[in-house]
Design a protein around this ligand. Sequence first.
Ligand code: GLN
Length: 192
Amino acid sequence: MTRVGVLALQGDVREHLAALTALGVDTVAVRRRAELDAVDGLVIPGGESTAMTHLLRVFELLEPLRARLADGMPAYGSCAGMILLATEIADAGVPGREALPLGGIDMTVRRNAFGRQVDSFEGDLDFTGLDEPVHAVFIRAPWVERVGDDVEVLARAAGHPVAVRQGRVLATAFHPEMTGDRRIHKLFVESL
Ligand code: GLN
């Protein structure tokens, strides 16, 4: 049976575990190398990408995770997870404590892109492949500034890509795990 991991170092891990479990997926929290090695796909939750990068180093998962992504492991990242799945991060943070790109999707993602005035907001977005709009919750969200030729843009907000897919790696700047809408997790699971 296909087993999906949720990177469980920091962030809204429980919500992703719940979303995947609700879809009937065999789901496991990933904190160690052996757990990473045993999954067929990985969700990287929302949270704080600089903190997650730090913990990936502490738990010696940074390079193993990069290697699995380079090897084609399916992945889904929301918000901080989207940032980490980029090949390049703009405004990555203070040198030495910055968020580091893991690769997975050929894109440049800008952290905290929507700025202070609209620190957090919600909106209904058209989403390629879904019949009804997605109610999207953005919390200090990134946006995508550049995508490579092989990257599909699935949704936009304020003109910027906020949902993208390259092969079996999916990323959203917003948090479907928080709204009870399972359609985006389902898209990911169906691609496994
Ligand atoms: N601003 C956060 C970061 O840089 C992301 C916010 C979120 O995941 N809700 O990682």
